[in-house]
Design a protein around this ligand. Structure first.
Ligand SMILES: [Cu+2]
Length: 336
């Protein structure tokens, strides 16, 4: 195949694009935001460098031999000198990888110890429970539950204790540097300390059924003041509905089967089958990231959740009137 100059430059540009798309993107696992994550990405880079070097050496030698001694269809090319065994060469190419791998193993071991070291006793402990297909977050010390969006303060160690209520899930936040499986009947710790405020996204990475792809993780690393304000708000029970439409919405909520699955602290709804809705209005997304949390999306979700997130373990409410759905949405959006 012959490439014209313009075709060649298009190829080069495409290759650069592929090489660069991962860099600096929000889901970039090299762009870690915790000291332990930095240890992992530093080690990763350290492994990549000698790997590329070995690839270049071996690939280069192979390419040279293939070209230099290719069959030219001519009989007068001399056969290369044949070697049968070369002790020094063989010892060299046995010892070199042994040394390289031993060093990398030692460093891997050290990185694992850094990553797995226990958090100090004053760490903020958050239980992370995977459900089909959403995440539940249980804050141990202040004692409340929330879903899909987790807040934590920068500069303070956090200990995520990861488990599952049903099947195996996996909790992956690329910028954390590594991930842990969420296994029913077992708790796995992730210790971290976020150093940069921001919103970090991730997702479930163990196939867990129909809506596996819409089981997003969203971590808000807040400044300590922002976090305290959020904590204060979350610890409080839901504010009673004041305005008439919201009040009507609350009645509809309490009279329907919603209460069999959802909790709104401060009301009789106490079930934990689905996400806790006590402060649902303060979340940015609905259904573990499937849509943004807007009144329109919420009304659509309430009437026909199976159209928004097919397979979700919540029924459609097609029997409710438009007015009832609107009141319900008004009530839920008001739960801040
Ligand atoms: Cu999952």
């Amino acid at each position: 195949m012959r490439l014209t100059a313009s075709k060649r430059s298009r190829w080069v540009r495409a290759l650069w694009l592929v090489a660069l798309t991962g860099c600096g993107a929000p889901l970039d696992s090299f762009n870690t935001v915790t000291p332990r994550g930095d240890a992992v990405s530093a080690y990763f880079t350290l492994v990549l460098l000698p790997s590329f070097l070995v690839l270049a050496l071996v690939g280069g030698a192979l390419a040279y031999v293939l070209v230099r001694y290719r069959d030219r269809g001519l009989r007068d090319v001399p056969e290369p000198a044949q070697i049968h065994g070369h002790t020094r060469l063989e010892i060299a190419w046995t010892i070199a990888p042994v040394i390289l791998l031993t060093v990398l193993f030692g460093l891997a071991f050290q990185t694992m110890r850094t990553v797995e070291a226990d958090s100090p006793a004053d760490a903020l402990t958050i239980r992370v429970i995977g459900h089909q297909w959403w995440w539940e977050y249980e804050y141990a010390m202040p004692g409340f539950v929330t879903a899909n969006e987790v807040h934590l303060p920068v500069g303070r160690p956090v200990r995520f204790v990861v488990g599952s209520a049903d099947v195996v899930h996996s909790f992956w936040l690329p910028q954390l540097g590594w991930k842990k499986d969420a296994i029913p009947g077992k708790w796995n710790d992730i210790n971290a300390e976020f150093t940069e405020p921001g919103i970090y996204d991730g997702w479930c990475t163990e196939f867990c059924g129909t809506q596996h792809a819409w089981m997003r993780v969203r971590v808000f690393a807040d400044s300590p003041e922002q976090f305290d304000a959020w904590l204060h708000q979350q610890q409080a029970p839901a504010a009673p509905a004041a305005q008439p439409t919201a009040l009507r919405g609350q009645q509809i909520f309490l009279q329907n089967t919603c209460v069999n699955c959802h909790a709104v602290r401060g009301t009789v709804a106490q079930a934990r089958v689905g996400p806790d809705l006590t402060h649902f209005g303060a979340r940015t997304t609905i259904g573990a990231g499937v849509v943004a949390n807007t009144p329109d999306h919420l009304r659509h979700w309430l009437r026909e959740v199976q159209a928004v997130k097919p397979g979700a373990l919540m029924p459609n409410y097609t029997a409710l009137s438009d007015e009832e759905i609107a009141s319900l949405a008004e009530y839920l959006m008001g739960l801040e």
